[in-house]
Design a protein around this ligand. Structure first.
Ligand SMILES: Nc1nc2c(ncn2[C@@H]2O[C@H](COP(=O)(O)OP(=O)(O)OP(=O)(O)O)[C@@H](O)[C@H]2O)c(=O)[nH]1
Ligand SMILES: [Mg+2]
Length: 301
C-alpha cells in the first residue's frame, strides 16, 4: 500500500464552554467527562473562580471542556473578572454546554444565561443535571422546561454524580466540534499549573467545613514546594479578609485548621502520589477580592 492509499485518520477537536448558574454541577460534570478530578467541587455557590480546561479524548476526537464560574451578578473585582471571563470564553468556544439543575428547575437565572448564549451565537446543547434526584415524571418535566428555554437543539438528562447519560452527551458534543488536530496530548487532562491545582485542593477542604461569607473570603496560595525523595513539603497560605474570619478558620484550640490540614494533606498526597507534609498558615489579607493586581497574580483573569 502506497502512502497515498493509507487511510486518513480524521480527528475532530474543539473547545466546549460550560455555562450555568452556580452550583448546578458544572465542575462535577467536567471531572466526570475527563475521568479525573481537574476542578474542585462544593455545595457552596461560586466555587470555581478560574476558567479550567479539562481534556476528554476519545479514539478520534478531543473535547477541551472549559469549566467556568457560575453566572451571577458581580459584587466585586473578583466576581466581575469571573463574569467577564465567562463571556470571553463563550465567544471563543466552538460550542457551549448549558448545564441546568434538574432538581431545582428552570429559573430567571437560566433564562438570563439562555439569552447570553443566543447572543454569543455558538451551537448549544443543554444538560439537565442531577436527575439522580428525580423520578421519571419529574425528569420529563425538567427536560421539557429546559427545551422551552429556546436555546440549543438537544437536551440531555444526566447525572454528573453517577455518570448516567454521559455517553450520549459526549457523542453529541464530539459531533459539534470541527475537524482538526488535537490540542493536547491524549493523556493530558488539564492545563492548570500544578501550584494552582494544589491550592484549589486545599481550598476545597475549607469550603467543605465553612459557611456563610467564609467560603467567598478564602483564597489559598502555595508559597513553596520542596520535593524530597519520599516526602514533599508543601507550604500553603490561607487568606481570609478579617480577624474574625481568621478565628473561625483556625477554630477552638486550632481544631478547624487541623481538620482542614489533615484532609487537604490526604488530597495532596493523592494528587502528587507521594508522602506530603503540609505547612498551612492563615493570614489576614484585607480586601484581596478587590485588589486587581493581586487577582492578576492569582491568575484570576
Ligand atoms: N445529586 C447530585 N448532586 C450533584 C450532581 N452534580 C453535582 N452535584 C452536587 O452539586 C454541588 C455543586 O457542584 P459543583 O460541580 O461544584 O457545581 P458548579 O456548577 O461547578 O458550581 P460553581 O463552581 O459554584 O459555579 C456539589 O455539592 C455536587 O456534589 C449530580 O449529578 N447529582
Ligand atoms: Mg464549579
Amino acid at each position: 500500500m502506497s502512502v497515498e492509499d493509507a487511510p486518513e485518520t480524521r480527528t475532530r477537536s474543539g473547545f466546549i464552554a460550560l455555562a450555568g448558574r452556580p452550583n448546578v454541577g458544572k465542575s462535577t460534570l467536567v471531572n466526570a467527562m475527563v475521568g479525573r478530578k481537574v476542578a474542585i467541587v462544593s455545595d457552596k455557590p461560586q466555587t470555581t473562580r478560574r476558567a479550567i480546561r479539562g481534556v476528554a479524548t476519545g479514539p478520534d476526537w478531543q473535547l477541551v471542556l472549559v469549566d467556568l464560574p457560575g453566572v451571577q451578578r458581580p459584587r466585586d473585582a473578583l466576581t466581575e473578572r469571573m463574569q467577564r471571563r465567562v463571556e470571553r470564553e463563550l465567544a471563543e468556544s466552538d460550542a457551549a454546554l448549558f448545564v441546568v439543575n434538574g432538581e431545582q428547575g428552570i429559573g430567571p437565572g437560566d433564562r438570563f444565561i439562555a439569552n447570553a448564549l443566543l447572543e454569543a451565537g455558538v451551537p448549544v446543547a443543554i444538560a439537565v443535571n442531577k436527575v439522580d434526584r428525580l423520578d421519571r415524571p419529574r425528569t420529563v418535566l425538567a427536560l421539557q422546561a429546559a427545551s422551552e428555554l429556546g436555546v440549543g437543539d438537544a437536551v440531555f438528562p444526566i447525572s454528573a454524580r453517577t455518570g448516567n447519560g454521559l455517553g450520549p452527551l459526549l457523542d453529541h458534543l464530539a459531533a459539534l466540534i470541527p475537524e482538526g488536530p488535537f490540542f493536547f496530548e491524549p493523556d493530558e487532562s488539564s492545563d492548570q499549573p500544578q501550584h494552582v491545582m494544589l491550592a484549589e485542593l486545599v481550598r476545597e477542604q475549607v469550603l467543605r467545613r465553612t459557611f456563610q461569607e467564609i467560603p467567598h473570603a478564602v483564597e489559598v496560595v502555595i508559597e513553596d514546594l520542596e520535593e524530597g525523595r519520599d516526602l514533599t513539603i508543601v507550604r500553603a497560605l490561607l487568606w481570609v479578609e478579617t480577624d474574625s474570619q481568621k478565628g473561625i478558620v483556625i477554630g477552638a484550640r486550632g481544631a478547624m485548621i487541623k481538620a482542614i490540614g489533615t484532609a487537604a494533606r490526604r488530597e495532596l498526597q493523592r494528587e502528587l502520589d507521594t508522602r506530603v507534609h503540609l505547612d498551612l498558615r492563615v493570614r489576614v489579607r484585607r480586601s484581596w477580592r478587590a485588589d486587581e493586581s493581586l487577582l492578576d497574580r492569582l491568575g484570576i483573569e
